[in-house]
Design a protein around this ligand. Structure first.
Ligand SMILES: [Zn+2]
Length: 143
């Protein structure tokens, strides 16, 4: 964070008061959730501030923590290993409710696999001259 603030001080000026060497970036206290945080860019002279999220959001969940959970799942690890990883990388700890992100991953996996199966069925039916009569196909429904 200090590095980014230093870069901003060197290259930009406040759009409101036009002061050079005036912008600092900091965390919006109380918004941290695992690797996600709201960042505040503020002028030290006039106080003008703007904020931005540190991660894109998908269905009200921050992508950065979903990616952390997904990365851990891909290597067969969970919350405990995520804590160790974040500590070693000098990152904030993973979200307190890390398991929620596994639920999000599971729901997305079910959705993607259902769509994939449905597309495979449509492709097969199309290649069977749009005849479903001789095909034994069942598609799981989404919940
Ligand atoms: Zn200013």
């Amino acid at each position: 964070m200090n590095i980014i603030s230093q870069l901003l001080k060197n290259i930009d000026k406040c759009k409101l008061c036009n002061q050079l060497d005036s912008l600092v970036i900091s965390e919006d206290s109380g918004t941290r959730r695992g690797l996600f945080v709201n960042l505040v860019l503020q002028c030290i002279y006039c106080g003008q501030a703007t904020s931005e999220m540190s991660s894109d959001m998908t269905n009200e969940f921050d992508d950065i923590n979903i990616r952390l959970a997904y990365g851990m799942r891909c290597i067969g690890k969970g919350n405990s290993e995520a804590m160790t990883f974040c500590g070693i990388m000098n990152l904030p700890p993973p979200p307190a409710k890390f398991e929620r992100y596994n639920d999000i991953l599971l729901r997305r996996l079910i959705k993607v696999s259902s769509e994939s199966i449905r597309n495979a069925v449509e492709y097969t039916v199309k290649n069977n001259k749009n005849n479903r009569a001789n095909l034994e196909i069942s598609v799981p429904s989404e919940k």
